[in-house]
Design a protein around this ligand. Structure first.
Ligand code: OGA
Ligand code: MN
Length: 305
């Protein structure tokens, strides 16, 4: 096995790993070490099924289970609901293409703003492992951008670091979606159907490696203790800083690619689909640092609407 850097700052490709077999201690150590250093790891040509995907993910932490949200408003739209995998592509539960930009797709377009998965809830998220079962051809859109929030932290002026390090960010699923371009007001009905409340997370995280990272992204809408407009402005300034070209690796998908990202120190963004002619079947296992395998709804005691 070999780990080859893909970008000057972060992101690497793991070559020569077979993800079909039960993960060996060597594979687990190699992936943990590469993730600690690079934050994003790409494995091409995996050709694994759902069971192998879940087994590989579980070697690094307990699965965060998807929350079952009823109704047309659910974040997964009319996508397949798998109790263990999040479906992130453009296929509905019949395998038909959900047209990009349509009613059934628009919530998913929130992912086009840089974000870190699951920051709108309180579980201790570790990594996401996204597998491309079917991917559009290169010119048809659907790439994924990744941003290194450790390098973005490192480069901040010392005075800014000192000012923001003690601060706590406010994360909100619906407000985040609105800022990502969802039209209209967020209604009580929407909050009833997807009842994630506002949650707090430190604006700056320290990783097990000792490095620090900005923890912001599309769901982060303000700062505890600041006037809402002032907090939103600070978060926007940090977002603009952290999503500069120099911090970004763009992944152009091929079928059977797996990308693994550390949600604690990277952000990612979907790019628009430029055609509705191509299937994009993307399935994501998400893992936590520790704890039971549970959905965020159950973890937070949110009643199903
Ligand atoms: C995700 C996600 C982006 C993409 O699965 O969490 O944001 O390009 N995906 O599919
Ligand atoms: Mn995501």
């Amino acid at each position: 096995m070999e780990v080859r850097p893909l970008h000057p700052l972060f992101a690497a490709e793991l070559v020569g790993a077979d993800l079909r077999a039960a993960p060996s201690a060597e594979l687990i150590d190699t992936v943990e070490a590469a993730m600690a250093r690079y934050g994003v790891l790409v494995v091409r040509g995996t050709a694994i099924d759902d069971a192998q995907h879940k087994r590989f993910a579980r070697a690094f932490g307990p699965l965060e289970l998807p929350s079952r949200v009823p109704g047309a408003l659910r974040p997964q739209g009319t996508r397949v609901f798998d109790p263990e995998l999040f479906y992130a592509g453009n296929l509905d539960h019949n395998g038909e293409i959900i047209a990009y930009g349509s009613e059934g797709y628009k919530l998913a377009q929130g992912a086009e703003r840089f974000h870190t998965d699951s920051s709108f809830h309180t579980m201790p998220t570790k990594w996401s492992l996204l597998l491309g079962h079917e991917t559009p051809p290169p010119a048809a859109g659907g790439d994924t951008w990744f941003a290194d929030a450790r390098a973005a932290w490192d480069d901040l002026p010392q005075a800014t670091k000192a000012r923001i390090e003690p601060l706590v960010g406010i994360h909100d699923f619906w407000e985040g979606r609105r800022r990502a371009g969802l039209k209209g007001e967020i209604t009580p009905e929407m909050r009833r159907v997807i009842p994630f409340p506002r949650v707090d997370h430190p604006l700056v995280r320290t990783l097990p490696s000792g490095r620090k990272a900005l923890y912001i992204g599309g769901h982060c809408i303000g700062v505890v203790g600041l006037d809402p407009a002032e907090g939103a402005l600070l978060v926007e300034e940090l977002y603009a800083h952290a999503t500069q070209d120099k911090y970004i690796y763009r992944h152009r998908w091929q079928q059977h690619d797996m990308t693994i990202w550390d949600n604690r120190c990277t952000m990612h963004a979907a790019t628009p689909l430029l055609s509705n002619a191509f299937r994009r079947d993307m399935r994501r296992a998400t893992i936590n640092e520790s704890g039971a395998e549970i959905s965020a709804y159950d973890w937070m005691g949110l009643a199903e609407a």
